[in-house]
Design a protein around this ligand. Sequence first.
Ligand code: ARG
Length: 465
Amino acid sequence: MGKNKNNQPIWNTRIKKETKNLFKKVGGSIEIDKRLFREDIEASIVHVEMLFRQKIINFKIKNKIVWGLNRIKNEIIKKKFIFDEKLEDIHMNIENRLFELIGEEAGYIHTARSRNDQVVTDFKMWLRKANKEIVKNIDFTIKNILKKAEKNVETIMPGFTHLKNAQPVSFAHYLMAYLEMFNRDKKRFNNNLESLNENPLGAAALTGTSFKIDRFYTSKKLGFHRPTKNSIDTVSDRDFVIDFLYSCSACAVHISRIAEEFIIWNSDAFKLINLNDKIVTGSSIMPQKKNPDPLEYLRGKTGFMFGNLFSMLTTLKGLPLSYFKDLQDDKEIVFKSFDQLKNSLIILNDVLKNFSPDKKRMIELAESGYITATDLADYMVRELNYPFRKAYLQTAKIINFAEKNKKKLSELTLKEINKIEKGLTADVLKVFELKKSVNSKVSYGGTSFDNIKKMILSYKRNKYD
Ligand code: ARG
């Protein structure tokens, strides 16, 4: 593509002075948006094919352009392409090279389109793949959780509320709670594909075009379901970007929560899980240390992900229609969130493969804190026909007694219990068994072993996808 008299690139033809150097450097985006080269070339090829079908350009020119574009694609793949910062972005870099390869006729490529519709088209196509790639990685996470859960259905640990011992649960049940979160994330990313279904190409700068283009043809060829409906909205809409960034943030929250949970469980105070040497790091001064750095990294990077979502929301807030330079930042933000989330999921998967529960310690901890108190209250409701509130009060009295006498509930004798609640027989003592407590939670979604086994099986058969 030639320069004009003012030594300016072609899209600056009427601008008489050269752009200030610093802005020329920071205003461009080629270092970032070169990641869109495949999508840009694919969309350009479909665009010129459509122009030819609609008799807007002739066969010879169409073929020349397609040949040139394919060649450029190979040059970029083989790293022979020289990206020029002065040419601002991927679209101008490719167009410029097309001029070098086929001459003047390259200029037909930009008939009936603008960089404004071109860039959203490329970006939506890229995001379609990105959403699928993230779903693939979440699937690995789900599989890893399932594997661990399967081995730990009968591993009993204390379930917590307020981080205080609450009721005994199966460790698998705890893990499967995270599976639910990641399954919702997966759905969220899959749902994003819906907002990526409309084809922006043909909206041109903002008004559409006077050429008789066929937007339904380009939609079909580029894998969109239909063309967008309003050309002004098309070039200014970045809702699909927010959807993606929000989905990344929500997924990062889940990663952060499991990371934090594992940090606590791995602490010397809890000691509920052991981390394999592959996922810990040492200290430069304290030789004994094995720190859960990867988990802290996962928790830490969540803030970065929120930041990206907020950057984009802030860019869009108060932005009039239609295209503005502000929007150029969308790609940097999205690429960063995508790369980060993908790395985080890979690291989380390493963690899931390289930790083990300390089953003995789990039971030990579950035996403290009067964790079967609710089971005792429920027992009184059933056996003595008490209203739950009365059973609750009687149970509280029994706990007070045990606490005063420094005993666990399971260490109380029937005689001691009868002093507070006469109606109970020796059968009550079974209520304090942890395994019995866990297996009594048979309500749908509860922690009984059978429930969990069924749930695992359904997920393994992809029943809940
Ligand atoms: N590089 C620009 C971006 O990413 C492409 C669109 C440029 N359009 C314009 N009118 N300057 O947003």
